[in-house]
Design a protein around this ligand. Structure first.
Ligand code: SF4
Length: 283
């Protein structure tokens, strides 16, 4: 029987706000399941806690809307116990890059075949719009509880520097592209990371998703995804590069992030003030 995207939807109806970017991600993911002709009984969709983490329960799969920030170890255990399953982890930027951050480099270095999709809307939606690790400093909010002083974390540099063998980015408003990125990620024989830019229509300005989309560029067709240096360059760009930034060639060891990045726009760059402090005082 030929499966369609709707065949991977659970009976539960999403409770996301109308216009939330997470609807697009659910659509793109279920389309990719259908493209790969996966059987629902061979699928595990694991999530943490947050608006986007509700997605697991909306799929027809072995789904588990688990514990805040702990989806990766749960998914790793599932994949090791049931290697025949296709295992996908979904969660938000708060769930993944704040409370769950400690699990990401370890999941990457174990390189168990899991697809990890972070639906990044730059805030905590479920708890009413607080700043997350990816909130931009010039973020204009209509509503919300907290401002942001810190520079945002760069998710792609984070996973590249941890040795991730497959790194892609897409946008919740570009369904064909999103579907393709999920397909590619699930076919990759190790840990695959997909950064999905997704708008929150309730705690950002109504035009935020369009603003972000205008800052996106598709990687050119001539782009060489096996080149780690190019991936780092694309990840550091001020505009959002969409596509497969990096796919490590089979048999190649993880590359190392150039040390020069530590002082200029790396994953956790020091603030100019901290850089002036004598050694030992920088915290
Ligand atoms: Fe989506 Fe934001 Fe509504 Fe959460 S609060 S469901 S992220 S639009």
């Amino acid at each position: 029987m030929v499966m369609k995207a709707k065949d991977y939807r659970a009976q539960l109806e999403p409770v996301w706000c109308t216009g939330c970017g997470d609807y697009g991600v659910l659509k793109g993911l279920t389309q990719a399941f259908a493209d790969l002709e996966l059987r629902p009984e061979n699928l595990g969709v694991i999530s943490g806690i947050g608006c986007s983490s509700r997605l697991a329960g909306y799929t027809r799969s072995y789904s588990f809307n688990s514990i805040h920030g702990r989806a990766l170890p749960i998914a790793t255990g599932l994949k090791l116990a049931r290697p025949e399953l296709t295992v996908v982890v979904v969660g938000g930027d708060g769930d993944g890059f704040s409370i769950g951050l400690g699990h990401i480099p370890h999941a990457i270095r174990r390189n168990v075949k899991i697809t990890y999709a972070v639906l990044d809307n730059g805030l905590y939606g479920l708890t009413k719009g607080q700043a997350s690790p990816t909130t931009e400093q010039d973020f204009k909010r209509d509503r919300g509880l907290a401002g942001v002083e810190e520079r945002p974390l760069n998710p792609l540099l984070l996973v590249l520097s941890s040795g991730c063998g497959f790194v892609a980015r897409s946008h919740a408003g570009n369904l064909p592209h999103l579907r393709q990125m999920f397909r590619e990620a699930m076919k990759y024989p190790g840990f695959a990371f997909v950064h999905v830019l997704a708008g929150c229509v309730t705690y950002q300005t109504p035009s935020y998703a369009e603003e972000i989309y205008r800052r996106c560029d598709l990687l050119p067709e001539t782009y060489d995804a096996s080149n780690f240096a190019h991936a780092v360059e694309a990840a550091r760009g001020e505009r959002f590069a969409l596509g497969v930034l990096y796919r490590r060639p089979e048999g190649e060891a993880p590359a190392v992030l150039p040390a020069a990045l530590a002082g200029e726009g790396g994953v956790w760059p020091p603030t100019p003030e901290a850089a002036d402090l004598p050694p030992g005082d920088a915290g």
